[in-house]
Write a protein that binds this ligand. Structure first.
Ligand SMILES: [Zn+2]
Ligand SMILES: [Zn+2]
Ligand SMILES: [Zn+2]
Length: 283
């Protein structure tokens, strides 16, 4: 199976629009892997993890074809992960719904937007051209759900209050592959570790939140590179990760003060690899 990273930046992306830091200046000058758009990754060209404000850019410039993707698995409703307004063109000519999997708290804005549209149609304030076809599947932490051959188990992420952010353990049942997708989260909650203690596989792929610079764990809602390393080593000590596991860093912020080249060298010493926009990982 494969996972393609489309957006690997933190909430602000790199370069942040108004920022004049070294990393943002470097990204403007050299482009390439130092440009980081907001979160999105696609599994086997079929399932999108998150649907951020930059899905438009991924469609326009990165070759993403959302017409072929019928399932969105959402971590949480921050704009750099889930922009509900862009769902509305998913209307005409489709034979199946767009399935959106997210927690009830993260669905609020989507449901409000749908209701507002429906109300506007009913009151004649807006012309209805076709049915807007989204099926919402509410998630419960710890309760797995399946999409084709993939089983997703949402675990509570250590992130902002109110949005019920989750990370995902993803099992490809056909190929016997196992993934951990952990964005946005600070050091994992005990409840997530408790669930992981019962997990009976070794991960083939792990993607960790590396938003902050070293030692900047002032906010527990994200991790720095040391937090990622500690998480990786804890997974190893629990037998959930070994030398074959590919450990990637993503949701990378300019606050790290690392260009892609800087971060690649630093992460390599710790057994991890920074992702970049457009990277495909074979798992
Ligand atoms: Zn984020
Ligand atoms: Zn900056
Ligand atoms: Zn967030």
């Amino acid at each position: 199976m494969k996972l393609k990273y489309y957006g690997t930046g933190g909430g602000a992306g790199i370069p942040e629009i108004f920022c004049d830091c070294r990393v943002c200046r470097h990204a403007r000058e050299f482009g390439g892997k130092d440009i980081r758009t907001r979160s999105q990754a696609v599994i086997d060209d079929k399932i999108s993890i998150d649907f951020s404000v930059d899905t438009f850019l991924h469609t326009a410039f990165y070759g993403l074809d959302m017409r072929r993707i019928h399932n969105l698995v959402i971590t949480h409703a921050h704009f750099d992960h889930f922009l509900t307004q862009d769902l509305f063109s998913r209307a005409q000519g489709y034979e199946s719904p767009l399935n959106v999997y997210c927690t009830p708290a993260s669905s609020t804005k989507m449901c409000e937007t749908i209701d507002a549209r429906e109300k506007a149609y009913a009151e004649g304030r807006r012309i209805k051209t076709s049915d807007f076809w989204v099926d919402y599947h509410p998630l419960e932490v710890g309760v797995p759900f399946e999409i084709d051959e993939y089983r997703f188990t949402p675990l509570k992420a250590h992130h902002a209050q109110g949005v019920q952010s989750v990370m995902y353990v993803i099992d490809n049942l056909k190929e016997d592959k196992h993934l951990l997708w952990a964005h946005d989260t600070g050091p994992f909650y005990t409840s997530a570790w408790d669930w992981l203690k019962t997990y009976e596989h070794v991960f083939d792929f792990v993607s960790l939140d590396c938003t902050l610079g070293r030692g900047e764990l002032i906010t527990a809602a994200h991790m720095d590179i040391e937090g990622c390393y500690d998480t990786k080593e804890k997974l190893r000590s629990m037998g959930l990760l070994d030398d074959h596991t590919k450990v990637y860093l993503s949701h990378i912020g300019h606050l790290l003060d690392r260009t892609h080249e800087d971060l690649t060298a630093e992460a390599a010493e710790l057994g991890m690899i920074p992702a970049f926009d457009g990277l495909t990982v074979e798992i």
